[in-house]
Design a protein around this ligand. Structure first.
Ligand code: SAH
Length: 375
């Protein structure tokens, strides 16, 4: 991603006015509540009524960059299905499927494995009515039947492969900030002239709520943690251990827990003020893969990685896939293919910021590409 400019449009959004009213009535709200409203407010939440992806939208995700992304994840799924001993019936679960592009590419690629497609049940976890409609259209064109759910808990039990690309970064984070040696919850309040502004809860939080990795932090440091992410990760691990299965989690973030304020807003491919126009900008924060790994393995599942997205895709055969597609592509398509591959793997674009974590039942062999020794 090239460094976007700051978007300075500060007119109040409809949701901004609603949040200001809530704060006037109940006092400042914790950051996680603000983020949950900004993204998921029934009427005005960022994801609820629009297609945010692509050139005309606010940001672009890996499946929209190149079909090869979903196809390589399809190959990972085919290998995962074999590692589950090729069950006659199984669930393919995707969390936050966006436009449904990844799923369509994935299913096309993994369906070449004989016997895999017949017993495959597709379950999508999605909160946005607008995106559900869009996913249904994409899957209809691809000839894929699916069932939608609001939460992972609602997906039926059974052997499962679970995929999440850029899902966890959209789940709300809480923030603490250190002040005069004590940690306070960061909250959203408002100024005298009605503008949203960050502040700190007056009472410090109970020491038991402060993550141990914050030891050594200085005054002013911010620590993020996410009960919402931990709960979904824990549910993934629990399902995999109970019924057999594996998961692939891809997101941008850091390998080790560390202090830092990573909350950000993106609007029309530019960084925006997180508080300026809630509901009109995508708000995310970096995923803490150490915390995610702890949660997903809490019930006994095994985790592999995280590895850089670039390394993962190359080991899964990106170059070979590109060559194959090039052989039957015209000149324009070839340029698209090589630009897409470049964007997915290169260190200054998506290749290093994005990480991949694989999770399996403890009795399953090492998943691809962790089963390939370095040459
Ligand atoms: N995986 C897609 C989309 C990523 S954007 C891609 O890579 O292109 C995040 C997706 O998660 C969107 O589909 C959004 O509507 C969905 N989402 C965000 N928060 C959610 C929640 N709490 N429950 C269910 N879906 C959610």
């Amino acid at each position: 991603m090239s460094k976007p400019k700051i978007d300075t449009d500060e007119r109040q959004s409809p949701l901004g006015a609603i949040i200001a009213d809530m704060i006037a009535a109940d006092g400042p709200m914790p950051v996680d509540r603000y983020m949950a409203l900004a993204l998921g407010h029934e009427r005005h939440g960022y994801y609820m009524g629009r297609d945010p992806f692509g050139r005309a939208g606010d940001f672009i995700t890996a499946p929209e960059v190149s079909q090869m992304f979903g196809e390589l994840i399809g190959i990972w799924c085919a290998a995962g299905w074999q590692m589950m001993d090729a069950p006659a019936e199984w669930n393919l679960v995707e969390l936050g499927p966006g436009r449904g592009t990844l799923l369509a590419d994935l299913v096309r690629a993994c369906s070449v494995m004989p016997g895999l497609r017949e017993g495959m049940k597709v379950h999508l976890v999605e909160m946005s009515p607008a995106l559900k409609t869009m996913q249904a259209e994409t899957l209809k064109r691809a000839g894929i039947d699916a069932t939608w759910h609001d939460r992972l808990e609602d997906v039926p039990d059974g052997q499962s492969l679970i995929i999440a690309n850029e899902f966890f970064d959209a789940l709300p984070v809480s923030q603490l900030q250190k002040q005069a040696g004590q940690w306070h919850e960061r909250v959203v309040g408002q100024t005298a002239d009605g503008k949203l502004t960050f502040g700190l809860a007056s009472d410090p939080v109970a020491p038991a709520l402060v993550p141990s990795w914050t030891a050594g932090a200085a005054d002013g440091d911010v620590a993020e943690f996410s009960p919402a992410r931990d709960a979904v990760a824990r549910e993934i691990g629990r399902r995999i251990c109970k019924d057999m299965g594996a998961a692939l989690i891809i997101d941008y973030g850091h390998i080790r827990s560390a202090v830092g304020d990573t909350l950000q807003a993106i609007r029309k491919h530019q960084f925006a003020d997180v508080l300026a126009r809630p509901g009109d900008a995508d708000i995310t924060s970096h995923v803490d893969f150490e915390a995610l790994t702890d949660a997903v393995t809490a019930d006994g599942a095994k985790a592999y990685g995280p590895v850089m997205q670039g390394d993962f895709l190359i080991k899964m055969g990106l170059k070979e896939r590109e060559e194959m597609l090039r052989a039957r592509a015209d000149a324009r398509q070839r340029i698209r293919l090589s630009k897409g591959a470049q964007r997915l793997v290169s260190g200054n674009q998506m290749g290093q910021l994005f990480k991949v974590l694989a999770v399996t039942h403890p009795d399953m062999p090492k998943p691809a590409p962790f089963n390939v020794e370095p040459a």
